[in-house]
Design a protein around this ligand. Structure first.
Ligand code: NOJ
Length: 668
């Protein structure tokens, strides 16, 4: 009898370890206990659910990777589960908050894939109060020198046909598209961040963190109801998704879970899932506002190429430097300073030199002149997509910039493919962009990267990666044939692209006259445009308009006062694609700056000023839409006023269609 019992117990244990008595599940909760991640294994397949209290956030969703060498999505056995907790507060050298709290519970699940080529790997799960991150780690020492990812099985199964704000992955270059809302079941393959509303108090944003040597994750709707989103990695031109050595660590797959839209913006989960700064000295990083020989090129007043209308001449750049010095701007960009722009540069990227200036532009003299006026010259390095041409010149060019005293480079990759063959968001692109940021760090250069792979928080690790484009920015208000960015665009971006990190949208175009495309113009009013300085975060932020258009503009005072790095951020009111009000406190001072913007509809704000210090009185200097303002036909009226306010006040300001308000609060 005893022998029989031992046998039954032994058999039961064996069955349990093999997973025949399934499902077997393992859980981990957020530090506040509100979110729960449950892992289960059935028939050798791994899936998870995510819940918030009693509600399902994600229904059973599969996990796994398919390598050419081994299938890590089937025949899985859980070998060991370990748990730990972590809490720290870290400082950002620049950003939307001075201090960031990073508190989570972690579960590490060691797995064995028992296919033809058995392989061990680990699923690492972190639960924060504001969401989830998980990733796969394949350790080395398994007898293989190279691993190749063929597919990633990761799913995010939504319990309902939620509303999603998305841009399609295909037919969109460099993420420059208008976000549309549609039910998940109707989505094409889309990019992340993908923002979702499941019910009036449940918002999600699916994205990734720490994409450093992998392919970008896109999402495709699958399943019978098409409400399960499945990872769709951008391939190499040869079809593989990722090449790795003997070990592999994927980026974190992230899900922010929020009660209201504004809380999506306040989540710092993506940054927390990136590695701490590799730069021990960050004193040389200089967030700030810049101007440039830029808008006038996009408006076809100047050219990038040499000739009569060449914009980046020594004389013209000095004029911009004088203006910058007079108005306290940190930097001046001059596009077209180097050789390679003549002819069709979008097809001949290999002709760009990053050290040779045009005969009418004296680089050394410009940097000397700028430095003497306390202004930085920003070097421009457009590649036309020829990334390898930049890589070949990078060390020499970056060393030259450093020697001259340049501290910032704007890079660009216009072209459907990088180096004529690989996609910007492939592992090839990801590797290139990181290489540039690393080389720039060695030469004390800040990077403003245009046409990037979607950002994933790498700026925590390499904080000289200041800002990136990857957004349909202001330039579309110069030459887009659809009339430019509609008002709803800039009140959608903070909840979508903005969740991926700083955006070089380049606000501050105030003149709506457009001689080449008369119907194309910013979809906002002057006061609304001011608000973008607060709403669209970028530590290097442009005052984009031609400098002539800033003359005699009383509202310009807001632009020159507004910082680009913050101690604290709050979102008093917001509805995705409809309106948003955000307030940010300056670093090293007591002033708050507020931006409010509405979409196509006029509205009255209802801004609780409870973010101000209790018991204190502030002077609010308000830049609001003036009488009759309207983004479409009458963008210019601005009403500038002052009043005293306290934390107990609620501000009700009328916003014009496509309009806004910008406010400076000064403590008295
Ligand atoms: C596209 C960039 O977004 C824009 O800022 C730049 O002026 C052009 N490429 C040329 O580099």
């Amino acid at each position: 009898m005893k022998k029989l019992l031992i046998n039954i117990c032994g058999c039961l244990m064996l069955l349990l370890s093999m997973g025949a008595c399934s499902p077997v599940s393992d859980d981990v909760s957020s530090p506040d206990g509100r979110l729960r991640f449950s892992l289960s294994r059935q028939d050798g397949v791994l899936s998870y659910t995510l819940s918030r209290g009693e509600s399902t956030v994600l229904a059973p969703s599969r996990l796994g990777l398919v390598l050419r060498e081994a299938d890590l999505s089937k025949n899985l056995k859980i070998e060991k589960v370990s748990r730990s907790s972590f809490s720290e507060t870290w400082q950002e050298p620049w950003g939307e908050e001075a201090e960031i709290n990073n508190t989570y519970n972690e579960m590490r699940v060691d797995l064995l894939a028992g296919g033809e080529q058995p392989m061990k790997f680990t699923l690492v799960v972190r639960l924060f109060n504001d969401g989830l991150g998980f990733r796969y780690e394949v350790p080395e020492g398994q007898g293989l020198d190279a691993l190749t990812v063929i597919d990633e099985i990761t799913e995010f199964a939504l319990p309902t046909d939620a509303t999603a704000w998305s841009i399609p992955t295909h037919r969109t270059e460099y993420y420059e598209n208008i976000y549309r809302d549609a039910p998940v079941s109707r989505l094409d393959t889309v990019c992340t961040p993908l923002t979702l509303q499941l019910d009036p108090t449940l918002y999600l944003a699916i994205h990734e963190a720490a994409l450093t040597d992998y392919a970008k994750m896109n999402l495709t709707s699958t399943g019978s109801n098409r409400t399960t989103l499945r990872a769709d990695l951008t391939p190499w031109s040869t079809g593989e998704k990722v090449f790795a050595g003997a070990s592999l660590t994927t980026p974190w797959r992230t899900v922010i879970v929020a009660d209201k839209p504004g809380d999506l913006i306040l989540s710092r989960l993506m940054l927390n899932l990136n590695e701490p700064s590799q730069l021990t000295d960050t004193s040389w990083l200089e967030p700030g506002r810049y101007i440039g020989i830029w808008w006038a090129i996009h408006m076809d007043t100047y050219t990038w190429s040499q000739g009569e209308r060449h914009g980046a001449t020594t004389a013209n750049t000095k004029r911009y430097i004088d203006f910058a010095a007079a108005h306290g701007f940190a930097g001046v960009l001059a596009e077209g300073w180097n050789t390679g722009w003549d002819g069709d540069w979008t097809k001949n990227g290999n002709l760009f030199s990053f050290t040779q200036s045009t005969p009418d532009f004296d680089l050394q003299e410009i940097v000397r002149y700028a430095t003497s006026k306390g202004v930085r010259f920003i070097a421009h390095a457009e590649t036309g997509g020829a990334a390898s041409n930049l890589e070949a010149q990078m060390e020499e060019a970056f060393a030259l910039y450093e020697k001259l005293g340049i501290n910032c480079v704007k890079t660009g990759y216009v072209g459907a493919l990088i180096d004529g063959k690989e996609r910007h968001d492939s592992q090839y692109g990801v590797r290139h962009y990181r290489k540039v940021v690393e080389a720039a760090a060695r030469h004390h250069l800040m990077i403003d990267n245009h046409e990037p792979v979607m950002p994933t928080g790498l700026q925590r690790t390499l904080p000289n990666l200041m800002t990136q484009e990857g957004v349909r920015g202001q330039e579309y208000n110069a030459w887009a044939t659809d009339g430019g960015n509609p008002p709803s665009h800039t009140v959608t971006l903070p909840f979508t692209r903005g969740l991926a990190g700083p955006m070089d949208y380049t606000p501050n175009v105030f003149c709506h006259t457009n001689k080449v495309h008369p119907e194309t113009r910013p979809g906002t009013t002057t006061a609304g445009e001011l608000a973008l300085n607060v709403l669209l975060y970028s530590p290097l932020q442009m005052a984009a308009d031609a400098i002539e258009n800033f003359e005699n503009l009383p509202a310009f005072e807001f632009v020159t006062s507004c910082p680009t790095t913050w101690a604290q951020t709050v979102v008093p009111e917001a509805e995705i694609g409809k309106y948003i009000t955000m307030a940010r406190k300056e670093r090293g001072g007591n002033r708050w700056f507020l931006g409010s913007h509405t979409g196509e509809q006029a509205r009255q704000t209802n801004i609780a000023l409870s973010f101000l210090d209790k018991g204190a009185t502030y002077r609010a200097r308000i830049f609001a839409d003036g009488e009759g303002a309207h983004y479409a036909g009458n963008p210019y009226p601005v009403a500038i006023s002052e009043r005293e306010v306290t934390a107990d006040d609620v501000l009700q300001l009328p916003l014009a269609p496509g309009g806004g308000a910008a406010i400076i609060f000064e403590k008295l």
